[in-house]
Ligand binder design. Structure first.
Ligand code: MN
Length: 266
């Protein structure tokens, strides 16, 4: 190892101190993972994803007198989860596009939180446009390199699966990104990816957009990531927080449930 970089050493010591002393709040952006956690529902003929399940192996009993543990099972895209570029056909040929080989520094970045909670409350099919993002930038500054762009919709306040998925005969009605907004974020800004409070990064009606599922198609087609089913975005400032979102190191994983943390100035 080379000689330590003194300013960075001090920076890390200050960071550790501020977490201990409360100058930095650690906010959990993760929803609880349990069998009732809503998972995305695809119409036939598409194959379904398993919900989360927990099977007890032993609990201080004859199966294991001093220990408690469980088997778990679920789809990779269950609860608060990470979408890797390999998840979508448009991202399948990038090198280092799966959960095990994405460079780990790309899991950590500054958060840009765009608050459209009022709009999503008035209209469940609300779509974030490029104009709203540009207006956000006029107020808060340009989206920095390797930012996580998070849409605050307060959708995670809908705790029951029925209200959260909000499905009708014509599919789900949940907010997301306007198709013209996604190329702007993916190609004109150098972001890590986007994060949402809904079950997936695309709007509920995005199967009918042009292109279909623009967030998946263009974000992953630009080697960027997604975070879905986030919560507590209402506890983050528009800028100034850092988000830490490393998925499980599943070999060739298309994503995984994860714990997402934000470091926030107190
Ligand atoms: Mn997903």
């Amino acid at each position: 190892m080379s000689a330590p970089n003194q300013p960075v050493t001090q920076l890390l010591a200050a960071l550790a101190g501020a977490i201990v002393q409360g100058g930095i709040r650690v906010v959990d952006l993760t929803v609880p993972l349990e069998p009732a956690t809503p998972t995305i529902q695809l119409p036939p003929p598409f194959a379904p994803s398993k919900p989360f399940s927990l099977e007890e192996i032993s609990r201080y009993d004859e199966r294991g007198p001093a220990w408690y543990w469980n088997n778990i099972a679920c789809g990779e895209h269950t609860g608060t989860h990470f979408d890797a570029p390999i998840h979508w056909v448009t991202g399948k040929d990038y090198p280092n596009n799966a959960t095990h080989n994405i460079p780990v520094e790309r899991f950590i970045g500054p958060a840009c939180v765009i608050d459209v909670a009022a709009e999503a409350k008035a209209n469940p099919d609300f779509l974030l446009t490029r104009e709203i993002v540009e207006e956000w930038e006029r107020r808060h500054g340009r989206i920095p390199t390797h930012a996580w762009v998070l849409i605050r919709t307060d959708w995670s306040h809908r705790k029951a699966a029925k209200e959260f998925l909000n499905a009708g005969p014509d599919g789900s009605h949940t907010p997301g990104f306007h198709p013209q907004c996604v190329p702007f974020l993916a190609k004109e800004r150098d972001i890590l990816g986007v994060g949402v409070e809904t079950v997936g990064t695309d709007a509920g009606q995005a199967h009918g957009f042009d292109p279909m599922f623009p967030c998946h198609t263009i974000m992953h087609g630009s080697n960027r990531f997604g975070l879905a089913s986030l919560t507590n975005l209402d506890k983050l400032p528009p800028t100034g927080a850092i988000v830490i979102a490393p998925p499980l190191k599943i070999i060739n994983g298309s994503g995984s449930p994860l714990r997402v943390l934000a470091l926030v100035p107190a």
